[in-house]
Write a protein that binds this ligand. Structure first.
Ligand code: TRP
Ligand code: SF4
Length: 353
């Protein structure tokens, strides 16, 4: 079981960090993949206009990348209200201290308060006099029941399907640990092994910097999306960050992250992922035997062919306007059946029935 918040079109960081792994896990496991739209509300409750479109775009990216709705259950969290019932019940046994000490909560609160504050200041064209007041306000705006309870809802997502493994990145480990703690506490309180303790399946993410050498992120505007045209892809590759210490093609380059080029060359990171012959590029770069423009041109055909395959499969799903709805509806039915079975056990264990 895994989920993603519907942020819209996905980028290469999302692909190599999670989606690619989802696709291959389908060969080994019965998978449940959720569009976590309720999780989106935990921080974005004041900006919900894009939820439906972003869900569609993201699901199309999943399908284009090879998530197979015949084998896997692809669904939207808010279509299965059983998640909310389980989250409510789990909330009864989750100590506040577990949530308040969650490192993700502390970090995100700071991070998000900062962005909200910047937004507010930009809107008010800020005077310093109101600054402290506003920063408290931005922080308060995010100190909500829903946001603090983020990992409880996520635990419900996972535990409701009896998930054995959850493919996640490093950043999600504290949340998963909490799911395990909650499952354990539930079982010890109400007896038996009603809830399964899920194990994390850590995705080994190859390091993939964005077009400017910083971490690839939608908000930095430095991302290569999964859905690029041949033209936009080539334009992005040709302007990508390389190695600022190289002034001439004969200067020895630093393709990997190192003190001379801390982020490492973005183009080289892409060669490693898309060009089986990347080792030759590395040798030529270090020896000053290739220019960055030439090196970028060599990357274009292999990366474009991977993108073309994705684009075609995505388009075949997008051509039918109701296809995504059908996929989500079929997923809803399957997810609901499993979720309802778990909840019946949970209600009985808690003596509600
Ligand atoms: N919190 C996850 C993220 O931000 C998304 C998510 C929601 C999730 N429910 C989940 C991940 C269940 C794994 C399992 O990426
Ligand atoms: Fe990067 Fe290639 Fe330039 Fe080396 S030659 S810095 S690998 S683009």
């Amino acid at each position: 079981m895994s989920g993603m918040r519907p942020t819209g079109r996905l980028h290469l960081g999302n692909y190599w960090g999670a989606l690619k792994n989802w696709v291959s896990l389908q060969d080994k496991y019965q998978c449940y993949f959720a569009v976590a739209d309720w999780h989106m509300l935990t921080t974005g409750y004041d900006d919900t206009a894009g939820l439906v479109d972003n869900t569609r775009e993201m699901v199309l990216d999943w399908l284009g990348a090879g998530v197979d709705p015949e084998r896997s259950v692809v669904f939207r969290q808010s279509d299965v209200p059983e998640h909310a019932e389980l989250a409510l019940l789990l909330g009864m046994i989750t100590p506040l201290s577990w949530l308040e000490n969650n490192p993700t909560w502390k970090e995100q609160l700071q991070e998000l308060a900062k962005t909200k504050r910047e937004k507010m200041l930009a809107e008010t064209k800020g005077g310093t006099a109101v600054k402290t007041e506003e920063s408290t306000e931005a922080r308060e705006e995010l100190r909500t029941h829903g946001f603090l309870g983020y990992p409880v809802l996520q635990s419900a997502d996972i535990l409701i399907y009896g998930a054995e493994v959850v493919p996640v990145g490093q950043d999600q480990l504290p949340h998963l640990e909490l799911s395990r703690d909650i499952a354990r506490k539930f079982n010890s309180l109400y007896g038996g092994a009603v809830l399964t303790e899920p194990k994390p399946l850590l995705t080994e993410t190859p390091k993939l910097p964005g077009l400017d050498g910083r971490k690839m992120s939608k908000s930095y505007g430095n991302a290569i999306d999964l859905l690029e045209t041949a033209e936009s892809l080539s334009k992005k590759v040709m302007t990508a960050y390389t190695d600022p210490t190289r002034l001439r093609a004969t200067d020895p380059g630093h393709p990997e992250p190192c003190p001379e080029n801390p982020p490492g060359c973005t183009v080289f990171a892409l060669h490693k992922l898309y060009n089986p012959d990347w080792k030759t590029r590395e040798d030529e770069c270090r020896a000053g035997k290739i220019g960055c423009v030439g090196c970028k041109k060599i990357l274009l055909p292999p990366i474009e062919s991977a993108f073309a395959a994705f684009r075609e499969r995505r388009a075949s799903y997008a051509a039918d306007k109701t296809r995504v709805e059908q996929v989500l509806e079929a997923g809803r039915k399957k997810a609901k059946a499993t979720a309802e079975r778990t909840l019946e056990k949970v209600r009985r264990a808690m003596k509600l029935r």
